[in-house]
Design a protein around this ligand. Structure first.
Ligand code: NAI
Length: 348
């Protein structure tokens, strides 16, 4: 198939295909925009059912990184890589080095970090052969901590916009997915006296949440229908389909998971039902925001002074508030307004 014909293509600046048969490496690097600075985006290592799906995933995630970085006020662009194949079977030092040499060859218009199938240790290995990486063990560290803090700042904006208060006391929140981000969100919301309903496919973590937070549990397949104020998807993307959007009882949807909307129509259904959606690429930007220093230390970048990390994470609150206001004025769903705002920032 033609890359240019992909419905995800959206005028990507550059798409690179790399191969090193001896190392078992096949990788795609997609650079959506360098309008605001060198592109940054993680590396996903995954067994795709087809090359077309791998290309589409790289393009879609790369565009989302452009939006996320632009709306977070970062002087960087958006990109993403995928390595095709099962990481458990293929991941070797030789492969990661071959990959790193290709990243190096792109020459500083793209820097990468961890994503699904690639951890901090792998990034350390890639960093042995290229400077164009962030999120090494000696760098910004675990992004999920900052992602969770940013999400809770964003949830306060959701509270103000939908309920006219920023207190979580007695507010019922359903959290789907208690992983690195979801668990930390739960901790903070529990400390702020919210009432938690939780779901995860790992029963042990659900039990732990019941003990630690006095949470109630629901099966993951039905938690979107829970009788709550806010539904927070923090596990998988695509959970808001046109049918689940019709079943949600919460008055707002705001969680960390990437690409929550299965289709644009699912977002429109939420808006028609007066359910406020916090666009995920705004709410979950804390991890990217925490990597700003590393991103701006890339070779060739001029050194800029930034506000302290805590302030930059807190800014997610104001940014979401602005998106909610503008979307009300425009009469459009928040995710459409946010996308429009991001495209303005990247000159599209
Ligand atoms: P994680 O892998 O640590 O946690 C995911 C959790 O969801 C696990 O506890 C897993 O058991 C659970 N889970 C998986 N399938 C499930 C299902 N069908 N129903 C209920 N629970 C299920 O991942 P992490 O880092 O917490 O990320 C969560 C989401 O947030 C992902 O969508 C990720 O893309 C997104 N995100 C993460 C960022 C980060 O800094 N880690 C940054 C931005 C977005």
């Amino acid at each position: 198939m033609s890359v240019w014909a992909s419905r995800e293509f959206d005028d990507h600046e550059q798409v690179c295909f790399f191969s090193d048969e001896r190392a078992g490496l096949r990788a795609i690097v997609a650079i959506h925009s360098t309008f605001l600075g060198p592109a940054i985006g993680g590396t996903r290592f995954k067994a795709y059912d087809s090359d077309t799906l791998a290309i589409d995933d790289a393009l879609r995630l790369s565009r989302a990184m452009s939006y996320k970085s632009a709306l977070a006020g970062m002087p960087v662009g958006g990109g993403k890589s995928v390595i095709i194949g099962d990481p458990a079977a293929l991941k070797t030092r030789e492969l990661l080095h071959a990959y790193g040499r290709f990243i190096d060859r792109i020459g500083g218009s793209y820097a990468t970090g961890e994503d699904v199938g690639i951890g901090v240790k792998d990034i350390d290995t890639v960093a042995e052969v290229t400077r164009f990486v962030g999120g090494t063990s000696g760098g910004a560290g675990d992004p999920s901590v900052h992602t969770a803090i940013g999400c809770v700042h964003g949830l306060r904006a959701v509270m103000q916009s939908r309920f006219g208060t920023d207190s979580f006391e007695g507010v019922r929140i359903a959290i789907q997915g208690l992983g690195a981000v979801g668990w930390r969100i739960a901790e903070r919301l529990h400390a702020a006296r919210a009432i938690l309903i939780v779901a995860d496919i790992r029963p042990e973590v659900v039990d732990k949440a019941m003990r630690a937070f006095g949470a109630n549990a629901q099966p993951s397949e039905v938690i979107h229908r829970a009788e709550v104020d806010i539904y927070a998807p923090c596990a998988l993307g695509g959970v808001i389909t046109e049918s689940s959007a019709r079943e949600i009882r919460a008055k707002a949807v705001a969680g960390a998971a990437n690409n929550q909307l299965a289709t644009p129509r699912a977002g429109a259904i939420l808006a028609e039902r007066n359910i406020l959606l916090a666009p995920d690429f705004v709410l979950n930007a804390g991890g990217v925001i925490s990597g700003l220093e590393a991103a701006s230390n890339m070779p060739g970048r001029k050194q800029v002074k930034f506000a302290p990390l805590e302030e930059r994470l807190e800014a997610i609150h104001d940014r979401l508030g602005e998106i909610f206001r503008r979307s009300r004025v425009e009469g459009r769903p928040p995710e459409v307004t946010a996308e429009q705002m991001a495209r303005e920032l990247i000159g599209r």
